[in-house]
Design a protein around this ligand. Structure first.
Ligand SMILES: [Zn+2]
Length: 308
């Protein structure tokens, strides 16, 4: 029985030629080469074919591979779309609806660009100062298992900083700190947001070229940090925004922010389904089969795909 693999991409750009050469991701040329390699080994899937496969109605002759792109980054319009069109490959693109509608920069991205712009020691010093101002009595107690598991590619100190920013700190404290730091370094976030993310016009263009556009939540907060009512509200807001701005009939796939098991609560996949989404992808590595839960699909990072 053949299986399905999903590949995760974030930034795809020519980093040395951009204002932020230290942002981490895949070079456009390497992306092109990776897609060629995948195309030679797998049958490249579409949203329709993965739905048929997962429901046990489609038996491909080769293993299936589906490409997925997180965060609605402008990279995906400028650098990815032309390559996929040339190779006649369909893929999924997951957007953060509040970033487009309110011209915000998601905290996770504020952090990426602060880390790319500042020397780590300077950032950490300023982070610690602002943390003391914002939450003078807060005691930090990191969960070292999560630090090691989620940030295995990072230096330990950097992994710890990312952990605090993405999981460890209470959301309001983290948002406040990142807001202050981002503003100090880059100024207002509206124009930064306009340059970082695809707007609805570009997302519509993706769908016109046969791509699937879905949700990556409204606010890009780990669902484990939200109460059930807040999770449902985030999901329904995201879903409605996509329905209003995109086709009224296309299935809408979903992608969990962060996507590792600790970032979800047990009921989150059920809430995603109830909100109306067609599937949901995690960042838990592994293959998928017709036995997989379509709202807990495994995905493999572009850096790890050679091991599969
Ligand atoms: Zn994301």
């Amino acid at each position: 029985m053949n299986q399905l693999i999903l590949v995760t991409y974030h930034y795809v750009r020519d980093f040395p030629q951009t204002d932020f050469p230290r942002i981490k991701g895949i070079l456009t040329d390497n992306f092109n080469k990776q897609v060629e390699l995948l195309q030679s080994k797998f049958e490249m899937a579409s949203h329709d074919s993965i739905i048929s496969f997962l429901s046990g109605k489609y038996f491909p002759e080769k293993n299936l591979c589906y490409l997925t792109f997180d965060d609605g980054l402008i990279d995906h319009y400028e650098n990815v779309l032309p390559i996929l069109m040339e190779k006649k490959i369909s893929a999924a693109f997951y957007t953060i609806t509040s970033c487009i509608n309110s011209r915000l920069v998601a905290s996770v991205h504020k952090n990426h660009f602060l880390m790319a712009e500042l020397k780590f020691n300077d950032l950490y010093t300023r982070f610690s100062q602002v943390l003391k101002e914002v939450a003078p009595n807060l005691e930090l107690q990191p969960d070292m298992d999560i630090v090691k598991q989620v940030y295995k590619w990072d230096e330990p100190e950097i992994g710890m900083y990312k952990y605090h920013m993405n999981y460890g700190l209470p959301i309001d404290v983290r948002e406040q700190i990142l807001g202050i730091l981002f503003n100090e370094v880059f100024g207002r976030e509206e124009s930064f947001s306009d340059n970082l993310y695809m707007g609805w016009d570009k997302l519509k263009e993706l769908t016109n070229h046969g791509m699937s556009v879905g949700g990556h939540s409204h606010k890009h907060i780990a669902f484990s940090d939200l109460e059930p009512t807040e999770q449902r509200l985030d999901l329904s807001t995201c879903y409605e925004s996509l329905r209003t701005n995109l086709s009224k009939s296309d299935p809408l796939p979903f992608c969990y922010p962060y996507g590792k098991a600790p970032s979800l609560s047990n009921s989150t996949p059920k809430y995603v389904q109830e909100a109306g989404f067609s599937t949901a992808v995690t960042t838990i590595p592994g293959w998928n089969s017709p036995k997989s839960n379509p709202f807990m699909l495994n995905r493999v990072d572009t850096n790890d795909i050679q091991n599969f």
